[in-house]
Design a protein around this ligand. Structure first.
Ligand SMILES: Nc1nc2c(ncn2[C@@H]2O[C@H](COP(=O)(O)OP(=O)(O)OP(=O)(O)O)[C@@H](O)[C@H]2O)c(=O)[nH]1
Ligand SMILES: [Mg+2]
Length: 424
């Protein structure tokens, strides 16, 4: 079973969202230096690197993931990446491609906000000079907030009336309204927990313009954790903008209060174009380049000779991106996106002797990313295996250790699981 984890790239037109998708997946989304190049969402598979248990257990030779791949104990787990149409100020009221775009976000677990850090495109993606990218970070978040709030505002008085009539709890009422955003109840609860208790106690008196807005603000931080990818770091003006952005969000590193939905640890510096170019040159055998690393090689005998123009372009990427920042940053953005939700890998196996089928053969075929706090029994259900759920008899992990149904899955402790059924 492939992971159903979804990351969506958001941002204004021409920020580099499609380039980012192309940089981390095998997709070939159309890229253009004009706004709204993308209209229909593009999708690709990116890979989240983890330590695979195969190496420690001496079966890395036989480790054959059904999805993704594993090399020397480093396993690449597939995650879905969506690239949606660009968002402009006023989108929540229908400007640009408006609400249709926002609706595409319902499927996302986490967002990567691709920001043009060079300041060479304005809020609608048109060429300019000296634009401040902090503005993009702020208005984009406000638009997503206005979209969610607007959907609730339209029916708010009816919602409150019904809430009182059926004597529901605030979490029940809000969860019913927000279920369309693919929101589990605990996310709504966590958003409520961020508000003062007095405010929650007064729920039946909430006004759409005040208390509800406050809730939506908190809800957004929980529902759409956001990684900010400061893109186009290969351009001359990006440096000073990056410093200003880091300064603004500096205080968010130590505590959990977010500013504009941003946490300093979740800011990543990227050059999507640089990564696309390096990958292309590698594919065509002009250079040797491992994605995510800090350099490439042009010296291997198997490589084709470079013309002067390409050599210069590669040197520029090396100087302005790889040497300065340690990588093109795009892989790092994927890692931070999965990490932001604390998702953990779980390996269901048929045999704890072979870590695969009962006879020897491929090991660790499956790896599923699950949210933190998932229990052994919940995971059995998540495997889409109704038969397993109905005939559940027990579960064990490495060393023959029996697991309880309510045991929370923890990496390195019990995340290699063999289920037994009453049919066996
Ligand atoms: N210098 C530089 N240019 C980039 C980078 N990433 C993207 N671009 C350029 O920015 C322009 C827009 O890129 P796209 O990937 O099409 O942007 P988008 O965000 O998908 O735009 P829309 O689909 O219109 O919303 C193109 O000319 C890209 O080549 C980067 O890291 N560095
Ligand atoms: Mg695009």
């Amino acid at each position: 079973m492939a992971s159903s984890f979804v990351i969506a790239c958001v941002g204004k037109p021409s920020a580099g969202k499609s380039s980012f998708l192309n940089a981390v997946t095998d997709a070939s989304a159309k890229v253009g230096n004009f706004p709204f190049t993308t209209i229909e969402p593009n999708e690709g598979i990116a890979y989240y690197p983890i330590l695979c248990p195969c190496e420690k257990l001496g079966v890395s030779e036989r480790c054959k993931p059904r999805h993704g791949w594993c090399s020397g104990g480093r396993r690449y787990v597939p995650v879905r990446l969506l690239d949606v149409a660009g968002l402009v100020p006023g989108a929540s009221e229908g400007k640009g491609l408006g609400n249709q775009f926002l609706d595409d976000l319902r499927h996302a677990d986490v967002l990567i906000h691709v920001v043009d850090a060079s300041g060479t495109t304005d809020a609608s993606g048109r060429e300019t000079r000296g634009y401040d990218p902090i503005d993009d970070i702020q208005w984009l978040r406000q638009e997503v907030e206005a979209w969610i709030w607007g959907n609730l505002d339209r029916k708010w008085s009816g919602v409150v009336r019904r809430h009182v009539a059926v004597k529901a709890t605030p979490v029940e009422t809000l969860h019913a309204q927000l279920a369309g955003y693919g929101t589990p109840r605990e996310v709504v609860q966590r958003a409520l927990d961020r508000l003062p208790r007095d405010l929650v106690n007064e729920f039946s008196r909430w006004e759409a313009q005040t208390e509800l807005r406050q809730f939506v603000h908190a809800f957004l931080d929980e529902r759409f954790p956001t990684i900010v990818a400061l893109n186009k770091i290969d351009m001359p003006d990006s440096d000073k903008n990056i410093s200003a952005i880091m300064k603004r969000y500096h205080s968010t590193s130590k505590n959990s209060v977010l500013v504009d939905g941003v946490r300093l640890d979740n800011i990543v510096l990227t050059s999507a174009l640089g990564e696309c170019f390096l990958r292309k040159m590698h594919k065509q055998s002009f250079i040797h380049y491992e994605p995510g690393t800090d350099d490439f090689s042009t010296e291997l005998p198997s490589l084709k000779p470079l013309d002067e123009k390409t050599r210069r372009r590669l040197e520029t990427i090396r100087d302005l991106v790889l040497f300065r920042y340690g990588s093109t940053g795009v892989q790092e953005a994927i890692v931070r996106a999965v990490d932001a939700l604390g998702y953990i890998p779980v390996f269901p196996v048929k045999s704890l002797a072979t870590f695969g089928a009962p006879q020897q053969g491929p090991a660790f075929r499956d790896c599923v990313l699950v949210k933190p706090g998932t229990t052994v029994r919940e995971f059995a259900r998540k495997l889409h295996n109704q038969a397993l759920d109905r005939s559940y008899a027990g579960a064990e992990t490495i060393g023959g250790i029996q697991l309880g149904e309510a045991d929370v899955i923890v990496p390195g402790k019990n995340n290699v699981i063999k289920y037994t059924t009453t049919n066996e």
